[in-house]
Design a protein around this ligand. Sequence first.
Ligand code: FE
Length: 134
Amino acid sequence: MAQKKMAKSETEWKKELTPEQYRVLREKGTEMAFTGTYWNEHGKGMYRCAACGNELFSSDTKFDSGTGWPSFSDIAKQGTIELRPDDSHGMNRTEVVCSKCGSHLGHLFDDGPTPTGKRYCINSCSLKLDPEKK
Ligand code: FE
């Protein structure tokens, strides 16, 4: 089922997010590898969208990809993310976007572990780990 979209102005986002989060989430930036909060996080819980709280990835699907970004082999549930073709920076990539608030989260690659073979490569600052929600 489609989720209700969140309509917020960029001015509002700028007020609510840190400058780094705004750059990544709203301007499709990428945080530097091995600098984020969660690339080496092994705690259990639900990774929510840092901008809107949408449930995105369970810690059960998190794996050590060696890339320096939090990496997940699957989404938490259907409909929480949108995939868009991204031809920027001379690459053919698939952008991962929060379906609720439209924020940029990271990219999806097809070199993940079995059984999905997917690697959702997500910026730490796009995420907020909720340890209560399993
Ligand atoms: Fe969101």
